[in-house]
Write a protein that binds this ligand. Sequence first.
Ligand code: AP5
Ligand code: ZN
Length: 215
Amino acid sequence: KRIIFMGPPGGGKGTQAQRLEDKFGIKQLSTGDMLRAAVAAGTELGKQAKQVMDAGQLVSDDLMIGLISERVDQPDCANGFILDGFPRTIPQAEALDALMADKGMDLDAVIELRVPDSLLVERITGRFSCAKCGRGYHDKYQQPKVEGVCDACGSTEFKRRADDNAETVTSRLEAYHKQTAPVLAYYEEKGKVHVVDGTKDIDQVTDDLVAILEK
Ligand code: AP5
Ligand code: ZN
């Protein structure tokens, strides 16, 4: 399957994509994770992206389209992929349509995880992840089963994102409403969007997503 996850920052895209990757064996492609890896590695892309990300703004369409275009051809995407964080602008959506048509790939669904802004700041400022494997957690909503130990890989080191502070979150929400909301309208016109209530607890949201994907 080939799926797009849409939703605001902190909406639960990454959390749910990791679970669906485990369940269905379809690869999570998070453009945010790719950019953070580039920043950590100190590549040219990382240097360009860091300031933009710290300001809560969007990295240029050209860079993002190039990144995804190469990524979907890799062998680990043969079974399908979940795009988490892409496309975020109309030019990105149009470029994705063109490159998928070019590669003979169909889009199965666009899923909107709908969560009101009022819940997002708490979700984002409480988030942390495993420093080794990237598994996501939350101080209140999703703690490791054994305190201080990653469920997935057993590591005891965790990290927090540089852009997960209240000021940057405000800019990220603004970018979402201004630049990314029109992408939802774009896919609605094509009849591709399934809306999922992202305010339910994490397991319930997963069940709702599985029901959609198994249809
Ligand atoms: P990106 O990494 O994509 O960040 P984002 O869209 O802001 O999304 P998040 O990762 O913050 O949220 P999420 O929906 O994955 O939530 P999560 O599951 O972690 O992008 C970062 C930056 O990179 C952008 O600002 C931009 O600069 C750049 N960028 C990336 N892609 C780009 C593109 N295509 N074009 C241009 N620029 C791009 O959940 C959050 C927390 O809540 C977690 O702790 C989780 O445990 C908890 N939680 C999840 N679900 C629930 C629930 N149902 N109930 C309670 N808690 C929950
Ligand atoms: Zn881990």
